[in-house]
Write a protein that binds this ligand. Structure first.
Ligand code: ADP
Length: 193
């Protein structure tokens, strides 16, 4: 069975997490942020260590363990009754993050829409720097790592846009307030139901 899914896509700091949390609060939407799944690992576990090694350098975690961890998280959420695959729409944030991941998930996801969140570089950087303190995010604490993260996004993540194609993509500007961004997203989401 394929999971009906909405993808939140965009550079680090573009507001995927903020919008994902709001959407996930609506009945029959289930928000899953891949970065949160990694941050919930014990830092001294084998994969927790791999995550810290890569994220502190602004790099992506290798694909195989990422997809495995994500599948486990979805299966556990299903078992404990937080996610109901038949009735709920998955709101994915931070995954797939490169073309190989999109390919690995092609038999698992039925993507019904992709929201491409765009923001000025100044806003992206400012949000990451704010978040570093508020959410204790090591990967956002250092301007050099922020630059590397933006580079990784341009090189590895952006090509995912072409994988899903124009029909599914809705471009939303996130230089505006979160509530206006949400309004722009919701205008499309209501049509999917
Ligand atoms: P942001 O919200 O800034 O886009 P995330 O919280 O989604 O950041 O991700 C933080 C870090 O976790 C990434 O820089 C990367 O190292 C790792 N990560 C998250 N999702 C993935 C993924 N799908 N594939 C590989 N690495 C990932």
């Amino acid at each position: 069975m394929k999971y009906r899914s909405i993808l939140l896509f965009g550079a680090p700091g573009s507001g995927k997490g903020t919008q994902g949390k709001i959407l996930g609060a609506i009945p029959h939407f289930f928000h899953c942020a891949c970065g949160d799944v990694f941050r919930n690992l014990r830092p001294d576990s084998p994969l927790g260590k791999v995550f810290l090694e890569h994220s502190s350098q602004g790099e992506l975690v290798p694909d195989q363990p990422t997809i495995e961890l994500w599948r486990q998280c979805i299966e556990t959420s299903t078992k404990i009754g937080r996610f109901h695959p038949g009735e709920d729409t998955l709101v994915l944030d931070g995954i797939p993050r490169n073309v190989p991941q999109a390919e690995m998930l092609s038999d698992t996801l039925e993507v019904v829409a992709m929201f491409y969140l765009t923001s000025s570089r100044e806003n992206l950087v400012a949000r990451m720097q704010r978040r570093a303190i508020k959410d204790n995010r090591l990967d956002d604490a250092n301007l050099d790592v922020i630059r590397l993260r933006l580079k990784t996004y341009e090189k590895e993540t952006k090509p995912v846009i072409n994988f899903y194609g124009k029909k599914l993509i809705h471009r939303v500007n996130t230089d505006q307030s979160p509530v206006k961004t949400f309004f722009d997203i919701l205008k499309h989401v209501v049509k999917l139901h």
